[in-house]
Design a protein around this ligand. Structure first.
Ligand SMILES: [Mn+2]
Length: 333
């Protein structure tokens, strides 16, 4: 089936629907949030009753893409409320930037209990056949690109805000045009969005240069704990309860901080250990690809994939670090 045929069927589905729930994967990134925002705006403009819902909180720097706070499943809406129809009765569900129930924790439980058509718009290779209709272009660098093509097919108006959202989707999923998924289509799309009024420098400032002083102090505290192990291949950092108290930073402020040591040439894997308010130790792991950190997290009951994973580890801090160091040593041997 050609892409236009898929778009035609998507439009048929949307035309039949009045009340639409739109969601994306948990821990939503720029592509997920930008795609969610763009498609929500277009369907709201068409007069439909549209409810975006996210499965875990979104980083605060993306919030300007929404006029109202997007409810979070498990916080603002409980699973049983969703199942009972108290969040709304829907005739269509649109899922963007994933086609895998594993990425939709509690929402997947809701999907099992209902019988509503699902439209998936995605670019990931993992495809679990979630939707009645799946528009999945695995060679697209971002879901935002697929959605831009849907806008062009349908003639839906691309407002400045929608252009901003799609630009964010594409820029973030290509690492601001640094990753090797950056291709001609990416630059063409961004050129079109630029002509619609997107100012990349403004977007960059909104996304990356609005750090609070508290978050910056938290980052400094974290960097001061940096240790390198195994000939510099493994970097560890930690944040204790007292670091949060001292700096005024919050757990949400730790978003992306783990990536800092990646720029060190020798580093293959990075671990960030965080002592939570209840005393538990949360360990996040990032790999540049040589080691599978998903396997390590899995041993402690956590989850993730090869490049990014997370888990709770028995404390106290020194014990947690020792346990993870042992796992890394085993993998390296
Ligand atoms: Mn994506």
């Amino acid at each position: 089936m050609s892409l236009n045929k898929y778009f035609e069927k998507a439009v048929e589905l949307i035309d039949k629907s009045e009340r639409i729930l739109i969601t994306t994967h948990h821990k939503p990134d720029g592509d997920a949030i930008g795609s969610l925002s763009a498609i929500s705006d277009a369907l709201i403009a068409s007069g439909r009753d549209v409810k975006p819902l996210i499965l875990s909180p979104m980083p605060e720097w993306y919030r300007f893409l929404f006029d109202e706070k997007v409810p979070v499943l498990g916080e603002d809406v409980k699973l049983d409320e969703l199942v009972a129809g108290r969040f709304g009765m829907f005739d269509l569900i649109i899922i963007v930037d994933t086609n895998s129930p594993g990425q939709l924790p509690d929402f997947a439980k809701y999907l099992k209990q209902i019988n509503i058509p699902i439209l998936v718009i995605d670019h990931h290779r993992t495809s679990d056949g979630l939707g009645a209709l799946e528009i999945v272009e695995s060679d697209a660098a971002a879901t935002g690109l697929v959605i831009l093509d849907l806008f062009k097919y349908t003639g839906w108006k691309i407002t400045k805000k929608i252009a901003d959202a799609l630009f964010i989707a594409i820029a973030t999923d290509t690492g601001w045009f640094q990753f090797n998924n950056t291709d001609g289509r990416v630059f063409e799309a961004c050129s079109e969005l630029f002509c619609l009024g997107v100012k990349p420098s403004d977007i960059y400032r909104k996304l990356y240069e609005t750090c609070s002083y508290e978050r910056f102090k938290l980052k400094t505290a974290m960097l001061n704990t940096l240790e390198l192990h195994f000939d510099g291949r493994f970097a560890t950092m930690q944040l204790l309860k007292k670091d949060f108290e001292k700096t005024g930073g919050t757990y949400a402020d730790t978003e992306n901080l783990i990536n800092e040591p990646r720029i060190i040439k020798t580093v293959d894997v990075t671990a960030l250990f965080i002592e939570l308010g209840d005393g538990r130790i949360r360990c996040s792991l990032r790999s540049k690809g040589a080691l599978d950190v998903g396997k390590i997290a899995g041993k402690f009951g956590g989850g993730g994939h090869k490049m990014a994973a997370g888990t709770f580890v028995p404390g106290p801090m020194e014990n947690a670090k020792k346990l993870i160091l042992n796992e890394i040593r085993n993998l390296l041997d």
